[in-house]
Design a protein around this ligand. Structure first.
Ligand code: KMH
Ligand code: ZN
Length: 272
């Protein structure tokens, strides 16, 4: 098995300080949380940024500020979000890509997102893939439902994404594929040979699906974007606490953790 890549999704676009008092918001808070997650065993941070008032933004400037602050503290891979928040335009969402981060997400289809719709029209998928290719940014395919794997492979067929392919299964968003062991297994069986994958389980599923992924040879995403609790009724103290727990489980299961450079190798990111 490959060494385990733990991704820390520390901020997201939806969680508020009211929901989770330890949510990092400023560039400095985000960088401090990223360094703590790296120390705890994460090799990627999935990055969203916020305005001063805590609202989500895809501002290029805000991303630049956060990336610079993270870079000053740690060697973790920075994966910017191009999903942003529901309702943002493609132009808005694509802003951080021109900063040439090592990685970015690429959501592979439209999906209900609670009572809202997370729009990713076919033409947008092509545009996002082209933009990532133009700036030499490695994509992570975000898969909210089974058909999205097919959409990702269409982009590959068109030469817009080259192997090695990396998928992230986002399971348990209301309106998308529910979280569960059988759904995760089903998705892994649909992947092209040689692809790597991780799982982002929503809420309590972050723990159980993460543990399953460790056993299956996949990778794991944890953090406040997907889950604010440590256990039922108990908020997590930090993003790093969630990373630490996953690292402990991996150690018990004798799955070594990937360093950022080992993760770069797995993901086809040139070591700079
Ligand atoms: N906030 C969600 C609507 C991504 O980062 O690429 C989209 C999202 C996916 O979080
Ligand atoms: Zn995200």
């Amino acid at each position: 098995m490959q060494p385990l890549i733990i991704t820390a999704a520390m901020v997201g676009a939806e969680v508020t300080r009211e929901d989770q008092p330890h949510l990092p918001i400023t560039a400095e808070e985000i960088a401090t949380a990223a360094a703590a997650c790296r120390d705890a065993g994460a090799s990627i941070v999935h990055l969203h940024v916020r305005n001063e008032d805590g609202t989500p933004t895809q501002s290029r400037e805000k991303f630049a500020e956060a990336i610079e602050a993270i870079r000053a503290k740690t060697d973790v891979i920075i994966q910017v979000s191009t999903g942003g928040a529901v309702g943002m335009t493609a132009d808005e969402r694509l802003q951080p890509v021109s900063l040439r981060p090592e990685m970015a997400t690429l959501t592979c289809g439209t999906v209900n997102f609670g009572q809202q719709v997370f729009m990713n029209a076919p033409a947008d998928l092509i545009r996002f893939a082209q933009e990532l290719q133009m700036y030499n940014v490695r994509p992570e395919f975000e898969i909210f439902d089974a058909g999205m794997i097919q959409n990702a492979m269409q982009l590959a067929k068109a030469g817009l994404v080259t192997p090695p392919f990396h998928f992230d299964f986002v399971l348990g968003v209301p309106g998308a594929l529910p979280a569960g062991a059988k759904n995760l297994l089903f998705l892994t069986e649909l992947l092209p040979a040689g692809a790597s994958w991780s799982v982002a389980g929503m809420g309590r599923h972050q723990l159980s699906l993460g543990a399953l992924a460790i056993v299956l040879g996949g990778h794991v995403r944890v953090g406040f974007e997907d889950n604010i609790y440590y256990r039922k009724g108990e908020l997590a103290e930090s993003n790093a606490q969630l990373v630490e727990r996953m690292a402990r489980i991996a150690a018990e299961l004798e799955r070594p953790l990937a360093t950022p450079d080992e993760a770069r190798q797995i993901l086809g990111i040139a070591i700079r």
